[in-house]
Design a protein around this ligand. Sequence first.
Ligand code: AMP
Ligand code: GLY
Length: 432
Amino acid sequence: MKVLLVGGGGREHALAWRLRQENPKLELIAAPGNPGIAELGRCVDVATTNVDALVELARAESVDWTLVGPEAALAAGVVDTFRAARLPIFGPTRAAAMLETSKSYSKTLMLGAGIPTARAVVCRDVSAARRAVDELGTPVVVKASGLAAGKGVIICQTIAEAYDAITSMLQENAFGDAGTTILVEEFMEGEELSVFVLTDGERVVALPAAQDHKRLLDGDRGPNTGGMGAYCPVSIAESAVLMTTIVDRVIRPTLGAMRARGTPFTGLLYAGLMLTDAGPKVVEFNCRFGDPETQAVMPVIAPNESVGEAMFAIARNEAIRDTVEFHATRSAVTTVVATGGYPDRPRTGDMITIPSPPAGVLVFHAGTRRLPNNQLVTSGGRVLAITGLGKSLDDAQRNSRDFASKVSFDNKQFRADIGWREVARRAGASGD
Ligand code: AMP
Ligand code: GLY
């Protein structure tokens, strides 16, 4: 079996790791990959959005199928082009990826299909947007509809802040084309949950749910980031009732609506949910695996389950077996180790030293690069994702945090409290 993996972040390293765990003989080609993935396969310097070069690579290497990590490649139409060339590929078409690439598209679809989500108004002009703010009251959320690298969401506590956010997006083009259409949305309160399902367009396999930590600093303070850590499983989501509700009320109707539009969604659907008092509601959909959640999810899925087989079947356009969940058999906590200046001005080029990881620790590379002299240096904001494993969340957290403190490069930063909600829940349950 030979697979082409498109992408070069921590998420792709974790996917590569899982594929090789399940099938040690698997041959892996990565475009462009990273120094961590290079230990599991061969990296080829092709950009993730260079669709024609990717097709050429898949053909030249005679790969059995292709797995796409980043949304940019999906938005560039990599799946459409591969399918037209009759090359099996895992991921949604460009039209189906609009569930992520256009928040106005996905909101309209959700409201039309009765999928639980925050009330929202899609606006293109300032006066309509201001009216929506007046109607919804505060706090209120103003969002750019297009892809804005996680920055296009402004949570506004006052009407004045909301009006400013509207002006900056619609009049000052703060997010360029991504912000020419905006959403004014009701604020939802609750815990967030990341639910990933593999789907052939109709049948689904849910992976164990995870929780991301988007804020930079301990205690969920500081600016939003791409994600500073994650853990899996999340005890409140291990109840079959919650997962069944999510699959039946959110996932299946979304897939049904996509089929009805003639743009069936296949691949990995990521529902970002808010667990509100009124039940789970969708914050957003993504059309690909989450980062850093994948680095916590892949290692905990039972070793007898085959994620790779399900993805290969979907890539070949075959039906998969509908199961509610691949279960978790252990706990994982993933701590992202980022560079100084992240998220605003990440510094790069610092020398990295990684001691040899003990049992119970997996090191996934994200923003790293190897110099010709073999020295590993930082090359992006999120440098490494350190996954600690354990029978309990506490063991996993200790393993992750201890090793995150041992890798070294100048000005590194990481959160020492990944998984804190779960720790707090346990303490509450045991009456500590
Ligand atoms: P998104 O890019 O839509 O996932 O939004 C980024 C983050 O903003 C989410 O993970 C939430 O923490 C927060 N957020 C977005 N929409 C809402 C909402 N309607 N209510 C509360 N928080 C929200
Ligand atoms: N962890 C958030 C994301 O992948 O979008």
